[in-house]
Design a protein around this ligand. Sequence first.
Ligand SMILES: [Zn+2]
Length: 443
Amino acid sequence: MRIYGIGGFNEVGKNMTVVDLGEDAIIFDCGLFLPPVVELEEADKVYSEKKLKAIGAIPADDLLDREGLRSKVRAIIPSHAHLDHIGGIPWLAYRYNAEIIGTPFTIEVLKTILKDENIFLKNKIKTVQPNSFCYIQGKNKKYKVDFIHITHSTLQCSMLALHTPEGVILYSNDFKFDNNPVLGQIPNYDKLKEIAKEGVKVLIVDSLYSGDNRKTASERVARTLLEDVLFTTTNKNSGLFVTTFSSHIARLKSIAEFGKRLNRKVVFLGRSLNKYVSAAARINLCPFRKDIEIATYRNQLEKQLKKIENKRGDYMVVCTGHQGEPGSILDRISKNKLQFRFRQDDQLLFSSSVIPTKQTIENREQLDSRLKKRGVRMFNNLHVSGHAGREDLRDFINMIHPEHIIPAHGDHSKTYPMVELAQELGYKNKDIHLINNGQKLIF
Ligand SMILES: [Zn+2]
């Protein structure tokens, strides 16, 4: 068999891996790399496959044409709903006569994006429940794929186990081991052990934080961090704003519950929050939906913000803008573009960490300085990561004992520590494969 790293091996974004089994091929993930998109001028924001490829925002899957693989692809399987794993599908899936298979939340988010972008795909789209499996019909063979439930920072993430005559290919991009998730089940350790017994030939593994000596904390910890600020600081009549990742439904659940406990009306503001919360609600995975209001369009936003301005002690606002993104709600409020003015002692909780790219760091610095001038009390880093740390990865490798390891999810400065960890665990260099986008491995 051959494995091709198409995207996500030289950046944090546009993940895509292809397994070529001879007569049949399967694609894991097809993501978007956001920084080049964000840097496009407003006038350029009519996307096309050609433009997105030219700026390096979507995987360079032309390699599959050159290698004669395109017609053999039977399925495109995204591991979870994050854009760096599904955001390329709207632009590239049409190139393949292949079905798209994901968990209900992943597929619901994908469908929302397709609708927003006005894209119609002819591909068959299929859902598989977490901790379940599907069969993929190849030319002459059938392949079983297990969707093994795993914890991460959005709902219904899976480790994907592709069973082949030569052993299991385990695609584990992205995950953490959270034994106290706020929403959803704990990782399916039993299934992982079963897969290990069957024999894992190749493990493709989220190595983003393989260099961080830690066990990534549970979502329960982020919940406690938020609770601590909300219930032990003075905020009685202050404006209260919380900002976090729109796809992080478990985090949003904690925030909504605390707002209710504070006797404040909880209002979500912003398009991307609406996108993910509505997707979760449509498939009954949003237990707090009935307790919140959502405002998206300008007139709805203005109406809500006017009410909040006058009775700020009665509301908790959850909004976009934790990375200082231009056009986000926080960005617009801080630039006096909306009907709300922050005042002395209003509180702003960042349930996020700053994504360490030059553009984001600059955006946040500018946002923070505008807010400081108004006397806003800011609370940073009320957050835990969704990615495994080095010590989680050590346990994982010891649990799975794969023959081969392919570190993924970042440039080599992020993923090289996984090579060292594998060496520590007794792996020989010939079995550890640090690859670049566009590279092929033969097993
Ligand atoms: Zn992710």
